[in-house]
Design a protein around this ligand. Structure first.
Ligand code: ADP
Ligand code: MG
Length: 471
């Protein structure tokens, strides 16, 4: 595969198309700019992609099983909830909601499972075996819309300027898949409650000043254009003023408008809850009959600690059948809890590990000497709030990164995300689909990943046979 050099003309063309098609974010100064992206798609082994795709249904079934029988999961969460105040508060609100007039509404999964390839295992026959899950995002999985946009832009640039055939560029229907799933949950709600179609709206719970708002707006736009579904966009603080749960049937009303589905693009970091008002708004939604995406059980099930517990012997077997267990387990990296011996060994040689707190949203993990530093000073009571994860050394390949119209050529590593959707009622999986992908690439010498955080660049895969990948 040959991509032409990043000439000024090519960069200008790519940036113009990015701006023209809504591949944009707000910068830290508030101005609209193109989202950071790679000029061309990055080589990725087809077999690894297909395997990640197939795993989506396995993860959906695992998460449906959590809803079917939440008690063992609640018992797990209770063992570490106290070690981290934020997790503790999420769990307390979950428990409090379930003790109240709980309406046990169906839940909508809009997930993204992220993977890195373990470089030393990327040989022709083994590319798919090199797939290691970094994490599964169960709340506010970003970039379904912008990920679809970068795929379209790359399709254009790679076919027009590098003669790449469509067959090598997987179609990306993440945006459509997310909006179809939201629409189908919305219809389900109307049917369940015998409401005339269109009497309820959809609610997006968002952060004030969200920089990645266009990723959300594109979903909102499509929900109206393709499904005639109105979206209300509110922060938790606004909801505290504007929402109520109707006595008698548990309907969630925002300024009097009934809400069928509540989609959270907020509520996953401590800053989203500056006061009791926001917590109270979050708990009230959990107490309503609106379908939550996700509910607090799924949000907690997507935590780093549960990821680590599932990887323990027996951790996953209780939830799914043996064949599913084998498939899921084979993509797990080595994960460990903090205990005396492991902590001491890791302080001495931290390079094989990543130290992760109970947080989402990027920028929280520790690498290398940061790990030794943190572990040397960490109080023992805090240990259950952290996990250690085997550090994955992904294969490097050249990439041209574009930020604010400026190009830089680097050795990059890529992280693949597969978007999936599912609708679950009382533990029964009514729908389960893999819908699209996101590739994010970052300079190989940068440890953390997030696009919004400024480390990673939106990318898309171009299929190659594994021996084309430099390691
Ligand atoms: P968050 O919930 O903050 O997104 P992640 O677990 O996804 O946390 O980690 C954030 C980023 O850190 C990832 O996108 C990846 O770039 C890097 N990272 C996480 N785990 C590993 C790992 N085991 N090996 C190498 N890099 C990792
Ligand atoms: Mg992540």
């Amino acid at each position: 595969m040959y991509f032409p050099p990043a000439s000024d003309a090519l960069i200008a063309e790519a940036v113009d198309h990015a701006l023209a098609t809504g591949l944009v974010m707000r910068g830290v100064d508030g101005a609209v700019e193109h989202a950071p992206f790679t000029l061309f798609p990055s080589p990725y082994p087809r077999a690894a992609y297909q395997r990640a795709w197939a795993l989506a249904d396995d993860f959906n079934r695992l998460f449906a099983a959590f809803q079917r029988d939440p008690t063992p999961l609640e018992e797990e969460i209770a063992t570490f909830a106290a070690a981290d105040p934020f997790t503790g508060q999420l769990f307390a609100r979950y428990q409090s909601a379930r003790r109240g007039d709980y309406w046990s509404a169906p839940t909508l999964g809009l997930f993204r499972s992220d993977y890195l390839l373990q470089a030393n295992e990327v040989e022709p026959a083994r590319a798919a075996d090199a797939l290691r899950q970094v994490e599964i995002n169960t709340v506010s999985s970003a970039f379904a819309a912008l990920g679809s946009q970068i795929s379209l832009l790359h399709h254009y640039l790679a076919s027009r300027h590098a003669g790449v055939s469509s067959e090598q560029l997987p179609p990306n229907r993440a945006q459509q898949g997310f909006t179809d799933a939201l629409a189908s949950a919305w219809h389900h709600y109307h049917q369940r409650h015998g409401l005339p179609s269109g009497s309820a709206a959809l609610l997006f719970v968002v952060q004030p000043g969200e920089r990645n708002r266009f990723d959300q707006r594109l979903l909102e736009l499509r929900l109206w254009q393709a499904h005639s579904i109105p979206v209300l966009r509110r922060t938790l603080s606004e909801l505290h003023e504007q929402q109520e749960v109707r006595a008698g049937d548990g309907a969630l009303l925002v300024e009097g408008r009934e809400i069928a589905v509540t989609y959270f693009r907020a509520g996953y970091r401590p800053e989203d809850f500056p006061s009791e008002l926001e917590w109270s708004a979050r708990e009230q939604i959990e107490r309503s009959r609106s379908y939550a995406s996700p509910d607090l059980l799924w949000q907690l099930a997507g935590s780093k600690k549960i990821q680590q517990r599932l990887a323990e012997p027996g951790g996953i077997e209780r939830w799914v059948d043996p064949a599913t267990t084998d498939r899921l387990r084979s993509c797990f990296a080595t994960l460990a809890e903090l205990e005396e011996q492991r902590v001491n060994a890791t302080i001495a040689s931290p390079d094989e590990w990543v130290l992760k707190p109970q947080r989402e949203g990027g920028g929280n993990n520790l690498f290398g000497t940061q790990i030794s530093e943190a572990l040397s000073h960490m109080a023992r009571e805090s240990w259950p709030g952290w996990i250690l994860m085997e550090r994955i050394r992904a294969p490097q390949q050249p990439a041209v990164l574009l930020r604010n119209g400026v190009a830089s050529s680097v050795a990059a590593v890529s992280e693949l995300g597969i978007f999936s959707t599912c609708l679950v009622d009382q533990g029964e999986l009514l729908q389960s689909r893999a819908v699209g992908h996101l590739l994010r690439s970052k300079p190989a010498n940068i440890d953390e990943g997030g696009v919004a955080a400024g480390a990673a660049f939106l990318d898309s895969p171009v299929f190659v046979t594994p021996n084309n990948i430099a390691s």
